[in-house]
Design a protein around this ligand. Structure first.
Ligand SMILES: [Zn+2]
Ligand SMILES: [Zn+2]
Length: 395
């Protein structure tokens, strides 16, 4: 297997990193498809021959693995398919849709086998066990162990959470089949009717894996919190630009593992020309695409860093905000002098996820507290409930 992978690596050496990822994904899916099909056929045969409900249920478990492998192949193929006129955001979510449908089917099959196992517990029957049955169970344990090794290796090579999860699932299957084998041996030597109970255990295991898959696919479709690593990667990359003063309001939209759209507010010295700022944002967007395959759009926020006149107002705002001890932060700070001499203070307040205080209440009390310090001022506040990343604003 190691030699085969070495050969495969050599063969795809000419491809781009994205193409290599697709090739590895399709390879692992195809291997899973083939090996799980073999496992299913072998086990369903000995299951029907011996009349063991636990072996048949275990075979069905392999059938569901085969379907997910097929899905992996389709998923990686789709990821390689370019966006088109009708689907400008690509086709990667089709993997979640077919995955959801398959998981629901698996769930019904699991329920069916819970029922069959219960029947078997109520009215147990003798099993026809012979050497072939044992040998095939042992072979299937070895094959599953090989899958664990294979998925782990490729999963680490292309850094794919899906494949690493598949490796974990295969390892669980190893234990399942060991349980089936042990129960067959015990039943044959002692006559205890364990078959129905082990079948029930395997069926419940199928139900749980199907439920957790359904959850994952629904989360993918609804749009979930982007992975911590992705946010950190973007933060790190943004922090490498010395020309910008800070950034905030990072938003990420994912249409699949390889289709990432993002936007961020980037802070510039307000004395810069529009051309200067645009030049830098263009470079940032370009870098994000070439270094991380992320479609980033930057919004430009001018910051008046040399204005001493409003320093006192800024400090008052910070003092008021800190005083609440809610972990609030601010950005996009602007002061406007109105015709009647009053001051309009505009800024955004980032409200952490766990804070339940109402925005309107906060607005009223911030205004109230600011007037106590500054006199006749009005604060116009935009409340940000951004659940992604930290605030990296200058002020
Ligand atoms: Zn902003
Ligand atoms: Zn532009």
């Amino acid at each position: 297997m190691y030699l085969f992978l070495k050969y495969f690596k050599k063969r795809i050496a000419q491809q781009t990193p994205i193409e290599q990822r697709v090739s590895y994904g399709i390879l692992s899916g195809s291997v899973g498809l083939g090996s799980n099909l073999i496992l299913f056929i072998l086990k369903i045969m000995i299951g029907l021959f011996s009349g063991s409900i636990s072996i048949i249920t275990d075979a069905i478990n392999n059938l569901s693995d085969m379907l997910s492998s097929g899905l992996t192949v389709i998923g990686f193929k789709m990821a390689g398919k370019k966006p088109d006129h009708e689907h400008p955001y690509g086709h990667e979510r089709s993997e979640s849709i077919s995955g959801l449908l398959i998981s629901i089917v698996i769930m019904f099959v699991g329920l069916q086998f819970v029922k069959s196992s219960l029947d078997k517990i109520i009215s147990p029957s003798a099993l026809r066990l012979n050497t072939t049955v044992y040998v095939i169970l042992v072979i299937s344990i070895i094959l599953k162990l090989a899958q664990v090794y294979f998925y782990r290796l490729i999963g680490k090579t292309i850094d794919s959470p899906t494949l690493i999860a598949t490796a974990k699932d295969s390892l669980n299957d190893v234990f399942t089949t060991i349980a089936v084998l042990l129960s067959a041996i015990i039943q044959a030597s002692t006559g205890w009717h364990l078959d129905g109970w082990v079948g029930l255990g395997v069926a419940i295991y199928i139900l749980f894996s199907a439920a957790s898959l359904i959850r994952t696919f629904i989360n993918d479709l609804l749009g979930h919190q982007p992975g911590h690593e992705l946010v950190e990667k973007m933060d790190d990359l943004l922090q490498t630009y010395d020309d910008i003063l800070g950034f905030h309001d990072l938003l990420i939209h994912q249409y699949g593992p390889n289709m990432i759209f993002a936007s961020v507010h980037v802070e510039f010295d307000s004395n810069w020309t529009l051309n200067q700022a645009h030049h830098v944002t263009d470079k940032i967007e370009h870098d994000f695409w070439h270094q991380a395959q992320i479609h980033l759009v930057c919004h430009i926020d001018p910051i008046d860093i040399n204005n001493q006149k409003y320093a006192k107002i800024y400090e008052a705002v910070q003092a008021v905000i800190k005083h609440y001890e809610l972990g609030l932060t601010t950005h996009d700070f602007h002061v406007e002098e109105l015709v009647n001499g009053d001051k309009l203070i505009q800024f955004d307040v980032v409200v952490p996820e766990h804070i339940t205080t109402n925005d309107d209440e906060l607005l009223v009390s911030i205004n109230h507290d600011l007037r106590k310090i500054l006199g006749q001022v009005t604060a116009e506040i935009t409340f940000d409930h951004n659940y992604i990343g930290d605030d990296h604003s200058l002020i």
